[in-house]
Design a protein around this ligand. Sequence first.
Ligand code: CU
Length: 364
Amino acid sequence: MVHRWGRLAVGALAVLVGAALRPAPLRAQELLDRTPNLSGGWVSYPGTVHFNFLHRFTSSDAPERKVTSAPTFLLAAGLPGRLLAGFHYATNSTLAPNYPNEWEFFGRFGALRQTAGAPLDVSAQADYNLASDGPDGEISAARRQGPVRVLAAVRVLSPLDDEDGAQVAVAGGATLRLARDVAIAADVGSLTDRRPGEDVAWGAALQLGIPHSPHTLSLQVGNTNTATLQGASRGGTTRYGFEFTIPITLARYFGGKQPPAPAAAPPAAAAQAPPPPAAGDTVDVTIEGLGFHPGKVVVAPGTAVRFTNRDRLVHTVTANAAGFDSGEIQPGQSKVLVFTQPGAHPFHCTPHPFMTGTIEVRAP
Ligand SMILES: [Cu+2]
């Protein structure tokens, strides 16, 4: 096993330029990649649970100026097959009279991923909202182009009591990444047939990644109340608020088994043991969501493997036996290791020992 640190200087520059422009797999659950009223169609790695809380505040007129909070909580889990399932619970809903809160149970499918070579991210969501007592659906599309991600959605919503028939809503927005942990975002949306007194929905946000943590924070202003499809499509009072995202990687607590890479893993995935790549090629492994993706790679002797850390945490690639150790790979950075010794080389991350993977070196 040889560390070719000499190649790193040249390689790292190319990697950094490339990484800045290349979309990261499934990364859109981060607030940095979406807007206040659009999900961007994010799904998740299997085995990751997401708890997001959103609070939006209104203030009543003078002299009381009573501040009222309208929270929406999201609890969802990534499932195999690019599925996300969970619910939104909004405790202070104005959607339906005599129904003070909203439960929206949803499933979402990531049909197309730009990271898998598709021109767009396309997702479909179906849900049931207990307040409107009916199903809703959404098709969302997004495309990343350099620092910009453009998002759009079409929704079909169950009618509220005073509406005739299903409602259609359209929404669009964009995020602009200013730095690795800073983005600005904005969106507008509307029902094609708004109720009297209902405004075009809008939101604007400063989106922040919390360095060295998996969390993201949104500071936002807009005129929507809840984060359900119904709530995100209807504009009203101006509100200020914030959202905080908490992804929880279950592998951290159960058995340390590596969650399987999603079906949309980059073509470098070699888990099905295709012919090993020729020596001299570079194979990519992404470190994200406290896991190595793909978790197993088959390479020819002499192949360089580039480990790119897309988490907000420091990780390492450390051989279980002696042989190689990347040292700390900072968030957003890459390290290249060259594997020459035939055989299976299991490795882990030193700060997170439940993160495991294998490089298998096999003669062509
Ligand atoms: Cu780690």
